[in-house]
Design a protein around this ligand. Structure first.
Ligand code: ATP
Ligand code: MG
Length: 178
């Protein structure tokens, strides 16, 4: 059984979620089954349509499952009971998917945001990841990756912002940023 590693794509620069989706495409083309759970997000990002597209191709490709586990991208730091409940339920669900051993690659998009907004307990997440089925490759994305998560990861990439058009007031554009 091949060893699976834990990746983290964090930092303020652009490219965390798209890097994870790029890796997902590569894995699917190599016949691997990929699960993507998106924490916090509920908006219809363009990439969630990939599931429909990819599951129509021939069986030499792996399969893809994308689920949204949040109910909104509230980054104002206000903790809402519903948000906490959704994140916790989402994490329990992800761990069940992990135990099913169906997935070769699992991506937990914006998990670090759920952690930094205190919707999930870091110690619980770290403990669950440490006792996981170790052949599954895990990719975690999002700003503000906590040190305890970095400590157990095998690859950590900091997407450093050198420039971002967001600072010029250019918000998310369909097909490029969302
Ligand atoms: P991508 O999905 O393009 O790979 P990402 O995953 O690296 O990006 P996120 O941290 O998830 O980026 O940010 C998502 C959105 O936040 C972007 O669409 C962008 O418009 C917006 N954004 C970018 N920089 C900032 C900022 N400094 N503060 C708040 N929002 C920002
Ligand atoms: Mg992202």
């Amino acid at each position: 059984m091949q060893q699976g590693y834990i990746h983290i794509y964090t930092g303020n620069g652009k490219g965390k979620t798209t890097a994870a989706f790029g890796l997902a495409l590569r894995a699917i083309c190599a016949g691997k089954n990929v699960y993507i759970g998106q924490f916090v997000k509920s908006m219809q990002y363009s990439e969630i349509r990939l599931e429909n597209l990819l599951n129509k191709v021939d069986i030499s490709f792996g399969s893809l499952c994308i689920e949204q586990l949040g109910h909104g991208c509230c980054l104002d730091g206000v903790i809402d009971k519903e948000d906490i409940w959704m994140a916790q339920r989402g994490w329990v669900h992800c761990m069940k998917m992990l135990q099913s051993k169906k997935w070769d690659v699992m991506i937990f998009d914006e998990l670090t945001i759920a952690l930094s907004l205190e919707r999930l307990e870091i110690d619980k997440v770290v403990q669950d990841l440490q006792i996981r089925n170790s052949s599954t490759e895990i990719i975690i994305t999002g700003r503000y990756a906590p040190q305890k998560l970095i400590d157990i990861a095998d690859i950590v990439t900091d997407m450093r912002e050198i420039k971002h058009y967001y600072r010029k007031g250019i918000l998310s554009r369909k097909g490029i940023d969302c």
